[in-house]
Design a binder for this molecule. Structure first.
Ligand SMILES: O=P(O)(O)OC[C@H]1O[C@](O)(CO)[C@@H](O)[C@@H]1O
Length: 476
């Protein structure tokens, strides 16, 4: 979820008509583009079927992300550091060390600028050489990449984006003063405070007692649509509140809805003993709140006796939830001046005390570059802990890309095939579609959408609620 992904043209960072923006190129930008493409061997194609998503393909969202979105994220971080310098120094260093902290901030700004330059000039990925706890995993990964796939535009875009966010955090964790700073903490807090009216509306909307599949289905749709608060608002047609006003109005945009199968899985009497559900979280703010609401329903209706939440080990893709965000959100809600909001916040805190909600042990696997099919090998403990689960809920786009290895599958390919054997338990996916990575579409749907709206795969206006049944594999 990347709320810093504003229109790049407003930043003066990139030519307005690069990649997927679709406007008429001006002479200068055409010239620049040709030079850039030639220099970095960019081909003017869409991502071929079964290839990895990559900035190598000019007509892909990956190219647009690398060329236009990621530089803006880095620029925004630099701007924030520059603007908040004095505040940060006061917060993280005692008076006697304030000069040293200022110097360190300057160095960090320099490192981020260099990272941006490396991104924009397609430089090779560099090893991690500091105190990163997952250094070995990352360095092994970098050296395992073939020579021609070790740079931003040559690698799969999943690898390039993960590398960029991992490097960005390494500048802080290797610092003296700013180790516990999160570049995006304010953005994430604001994502919740700005949507507090939506939080209240969702709380009121969901105080019902029915236990039917229809209510559950509606909650899944509300939750799936909440995976939007990272997007620039111009691309998102439905706001949180519009979704609540009439959930069914968005149904045409739900391309796959397997809510009934997910419900059957949770109600399955054969799974009575196994009543833990795992959420692999995505974004902070309203999305996290709506995750809590979905989890609350599962607990209260007896569909689960525990929901375990998996957060990121460190700041990641701007808005992803870390342990700090998770705890901050619960505290913020429980202390809110509005009685209803504070009541629900306190209820969630009580769920934590009672073991009904649980923060899963922190795993660096979620912030590794690896796709999920390699989890059993890379992090066997995490894999076996998910095997204890009745249902694993994967939230959002990045998790989807990691489930599908960031491959441009034929959109009609079964999700179970695309997982390449990753099936620790039953799997559910709630995701707004924000890239060309897709599976499980009925025949003809993709073609019809492409005729209607060529940007349907990247606009975030469509979503999927998908399910893969793990029971056949594991013979429950
Ligand atoms: O917050 P989400 O849903 O994971 O979306 C973020 C992802 O979507 C994209 O913006 C488009 O694929 C990526 O850059 C990023 O991986």
């Amino acid at each position: 979820m990347e709320s810093s992904s504003k229109d790049p043209s407003s930043e003066g960072d990139q030519p307005e008509d690069e990649g997927m923006t679709g406007s008429e190129p001006s002479k200068i930008s055409r010239l620049l583009r040709t030079e850039f493409d030639a220099k970095y061997q960019i081909v003017n194609l869409q991502t071929p079927l079964n290839a990895f998503m990559s900035g190598h393909y000019k007509q892909s969202f990956a190219f647009f992300t690398l060329r236009s979105r990621l530089p803006v994220i880095l620029t925004n971080v630099i701007d924030t550091l520059t603007r908040d310098k004095s505040e940060l120094v006061a917060q993280f260093a005692s008076h006697e060390f304030s000069q040293a902290a200022r110097e360190e901030l300057k160095i960090i700004i320099g490192l981020i600028s260099r990272l941006k330059y490396e991104l924009q000039t397609d430089k090779s990925f560099q090893n991690f050489t500091g105190e990163e706890p997952d250094k070995e995993v990352w360095n092994n990964f970098i050296s395992s990449l073939p020579d021609g796939e070790r740079s931003f535009y040559r690698a799969s875009s999943l690898h390039a984006e993960c590398y960029l966010h991992r490097k960005l955090h390494s500048f802080l964790e290797n610092s003296v003063f700013l180790k516990s700073y999160d570049f995006f903490a304010k953005v994430k807090e604001q994502a919740l405070t700005d949507s507090i009216d939506d939080v209240l509306a969702l709380t009121k909307y969901t105080r019902r007692s029915e236990n039917e599949v229809e209510v559950f289905d509606e909650l899944l749709r509300i939750n799936m649509w909440s995976n939007c608060n990272d997007l620039a608002t111009d691309t998102v047609k439905q706001t949180n509140r519009q979704v609540l006003e009439k959930v069914s109005a968005t149904d045409e945009h739900v391309l796959v809805n397997q809510a009934a199968e997910i419900w059957r899985c949770l109600e399955n009497p054969k799974l009575k003993k196994q009543k833990q559900v795992d959420f692999i979280l995505d974004n902070a703010g309203y999305e996290l709140f709506s995750d809590f609401i979905l989890a609350e329903f599962m607990i209260e209706k007896g569909l689960a006796n525990k929901v375990r939440f998996h957060v990121k080990a460190h700041p990641w893709f701007v808005n992803d939830v870390t342990e700090r965000d998770f705890k901050w959100t619960l505290e913020y809600l429980s202390q809110h001046a509005d009685y209803i909001i504070s009541l629900i916040g306190k209820k969630f805190l009580q769920f934590i005390d009672e073991g009904k909600f649980e923060l899963a042990p922190i795993s660096h696997f979620w912030t590794s570059p690896h796709s999920f099919y390699s989890m059993a090998q890379m992090d066997p403990n995490l894999y076996s802990s998910l095997q204890q689960s009745k249902l694993v809920v994967f939230k959002g786009e990045l998790n989807y890309r990691k489930l599908l290895q960031d491959v441009c599958w034929m959109p009609t390919q079964e999700l179970s095939t695309c997982l390449r054997g990753f099936l620790p338990s039953n799997i559910c996916v709630l995701r707004r579609v924000k890239s060309e990575v897709m599976s499980g579409l009925p025949d003809g749907v993709g073609q019809a959408l492409s005729r209607k709206d060529p940007r349907w795969m990247v606009s975030g206006s469509y979503g999927v609620i998908q399910f893969v049944d793990g029971t056949r594999e594991f013979g429950y």
